[in-house]
Design a protein around this ligand. Structure first.
Ligand code: NDP
Length: 264
């Protein structure tokens, strides 16, 4: 069975690294036409070069864009309309988390975090909705985190903002069903990616290599599968939810946390 997305158009925000990059790669491997964005031009160019090596004939568009800048997202959507005409799958992945407890989180940082989680989805949705409405398989799929349901005190603002996003995506699923757009999300645990690489560079346990360091995190946090996820794993869940394989699914979440969830 394939994902049934050959020649379909996908947009991935934050596609230049980690989970987003693996999602772009998987979409291209399935014959989809893909547009992706990120803020840093150098990172984008590096991602394009890697993807071009793997898929020399791919219909690919990379565009520098900050999802929090409404005008810049609209320019991205205009570029996508020019190259592809319509969009079948919007995958909202761009973002990052904030490691800080109550004491270390200033008022402004609460606002920054909430703005990122909500407008990181709302701006792309508003800009791409007219293109999604042209599709007969339209979907929007969001990367979210298990901390939306299971808050972590050391990520207090991110947890609250993730819960808000989970609530929002549920409302959007109900509102957009009439427009023929399915809306779903994935709930991540801890996944090896750019964010964790950056934390690894700053680690205090300098004697531990990457494998030992991530295994220790998994052990300390009590992840039943005893390892962090690999970016390919959430990518597969994202593409499944975005694709016609999940045609009767909206307003739902897939847990990609290695069994870390305590919810029933
Ligand atoms: P990476 O740092 O590897 O990738 C993040 C991607 O998003 C990059 O391409 C980055 O490019 C882009 N990006 C970040 N902010 C923006 C922005 N404002 N506008 C446009 N692009 C942006 O991280 P991950 O792959 O780990 O993260 C992917 C998503 O998963 C994020 O939303 C993250 O919060 C979420 N997540 C990850 C977890 C994990 O354990 N890895 C756990 C829970 C959630 P650039 O910096 O150039 O803009």
């Amino acid at each position: 069975m394939t994902f049934q997305i050959k020649d379909r158009v996908a947009v991935v925000t934050g596609g230049s690294s980690g989970i987003g990059f693996e999602t772009v790669r998987l979409l291209l491997s399935q014959g989809a036409r893909v547009a992706f964005c990120g803020r840093d031009e150098t990172r984008l160019a590096r991602a394009v070069a890697m993807l071009r090596q793997l898929f020399p004939d791919a219909d690919l568009l990379a565009h520098a864009c900050d999802v929090l800048d409404k005008e810049s997202v609209q320019h991205f959507a205009d570029a996508v309309r020019q190259q592809f005409g319509s969009v079948d799958m919007l995958i909202n992945n761009a973002g990052q988390g904030r490691v800080a407890n109550l004491e270390d989180t200033a008022d402004e940082e609460w606002l920054i975090e909430t703005r990122l989680k909500l407008f990181g989805v709302l701006h792309p949705l508003k800009a791409f909705q007219p293109l999604l409405e042209k599709s007969d398989i339209a979907s929007m799929t969001c990367v979210n985190s298990l901390i939306a349901l299971q808050p972590e005190p050391h990520m207090i603002a991110t947890s609250a903002a993730r819960a808000a996003l989970l609530n929002l995506t549920h409302s959007l699923a109900h509102e957009l069903v009439e427009k023929g757009i399915r809306v779903n999300s994935i709930l991540l645990g801890m996944v090896e990616s750019g964010q964790w690489r950056r934390r690894y560079e700053l680690r205090s346990e300098r004697d531990l290599d990457w494998k030992a360091w991530t295994a220790r995190i998994a052990e300390r946090r009590g992840i039943p599968m005893k390892r962090l996820g690999r970016p390919q794993e959430p990518a597969q869940a994202l593409v499944f939810l975005a694709s016609p394989l999940s045609s009767y699914t909206t307003g739902s979440c897939i847990d990609v946390s290695g069994g870390f969830s305590r919810q029933i």
